[in-house]
Design a protein around this ligand. Structure first.
Ligand code: TXA
Ligand code: MG
Length: 342
């Protein structure tokens, strides 16, 4: 398949928006920019198109998709009812990096929900994404636009590397500002529960909802025989080809551990201004004290690690406060939970 590249600078580029929307209306797959990461979109009501998403990504069939909308009213087509808590969340955080899980309506196929009785809904803040959804006139089912197992793409180049020849078109619409996928919260349980941390922090959610639980799988390894609330959490995700090992402790002890345990196939994933002290190939994940910057940098850093050709990568451990919880969640999974206390 020849993958068309549609360059769109702003949401006012109506020609580009129309081209992308037309392909979607005709049952095609288009990768689109969002403020979190690029998404691989299809008409959520076209079951055949949605099935093609799973094929293009090599995604396991039991992993449901997020449905993207461009205004709150569109949600009534997707869900059985909109509880007050959902309305509060949409008022406060949408459009933005938040996905809310609710009981699904009959219009949502089992392909989209992977057989669950719920649907995940998100209204992206990216203006190009929003304009494409509006122009297509249908909600768009879209997982991250990477091959299953690789880091979510935060720019056109990484989408192209993974998806060229596999989908109908890729919109080249600049870099994703947040750099990590949306926060996923379910309102289908008694107590609202965060299933995946992201751009909207648990603290922010608690301010609006009061009690909010954090799913126990977020920083823990998921046992093979345990069914997580969010099916996507059981897969090893965001994985570079190298073995990533997180060393939790001070930079001094990090340097000492690495110097004793490295060879010509070792690289490090560290914070700004640390790599220069290491005498090894290194990739930085931003300022030590800026979880926001680490969020923006992490997925690019994970892909750059592979470019070093290293077999083992020792990584510094970020702080878990605020968006840092999301950064740690992604990094711990990239490391398959290999964490050494030093
Ligand atoms: O920021 C994002 O959320 C990006 C952009 C493109 O919007 N999308 C994204 O989609 O990250 P994906 O498919 O890579 O991740 C969706 C996550 C998966 O872990 C999936 O299991 C979970 O959301 N999910 C989707 N529907 C669900 C449902 N009904 N119940 C529980 N978890 C669900
Ligand atoms: Mg994904």
């Amino acid at each position: 398949m020849i993958t068309e590249i549609i360059k769109i600078k702003t949401a006012e580029d109506t020609a580009g928006i129309k081209t992308a929307a037309e392909i979607l209306k005709n049952g095609g797959l288009v990768a689109i920019p969002t403020e979190t990461v690029y998404g691989l979109a299809a008409n959520a009501f076209d079951e055949n198109a949605v099935k093609n998403i799973f094929i293009a990504k090599g995604r396991p069939q039991d992993n449901p998709l997020i449905v993207h909308i461009s205004s709150v009213e569109e949600i009534y087509d997707l869900v059985e009812e909109v509880p007050e808590k959902a309305m509060k969340l949409f008022e406060k955080f949408s459009p933005g990096p938040l996905t809310v899980i609710l009981k699904k309506s009959e219009k949502i196929s089992d392909t989209v929900s992977a057989g669950l009785d719920t649907v995940a809904v998100r209204m992206p803040a990216n203006k190009i994404a929003s304009a494409i959804i509006k122009e297509a006139g249908v909600p768009l089912a879209a997982p991250s636009a990477n091959l299953s197992g690789s880091p979510s793409p935060t720019c056109f180049k990484y989408v192209f590397d993974d998806m060229n020849t596999r989908i109908d078109a890729i919109v080249d619409g600049g870099e994703s500002e947040v750099g990590l996928e949306s926060t996923v919260i379910t309102l289908a349980k008694d107590v609202p529960t965060v299933l995946r941390p992201g751009g909207i922090t648990v603290e922010q959610l608690r301010e609006v909802l009061g009690e909010v639980e954090i799913d126990s799988g977020i920083l823990k390894n998921i046992e093979a025989d345990f069914t997580p609330a969010s099916p996507g959490m059981k897969y090893k995700h965001y994985a570079p080809k190298a073995d990533v090992i997180i060393l939790r402790g001070s930079f001094e002890s990090f340097k000492e551990y690495v110097s004793k345990n490295s060879d010509e196939h070792t690289a490090v994933l560290c914070f700004d201004n640390e790599g220069e002290e290491m005498n090894l190939p290194f990739v930085t994940m931003g300022d030590k004290n800026s979880p926001d910057e680490q969020g923006q940098r992490l997925f690019t850093a994970l892909r750059q690690i592979d470019e070093t050709g290293a077999k083992t990568v020792y990584a510094r451990c970020p702080s878990q406060t605020g968006i840092g919880l999301a950064v740690c969640n992604r990094l711990f999974r990239a490391a398959a939970f290999r964490i050494i206390e030093i």
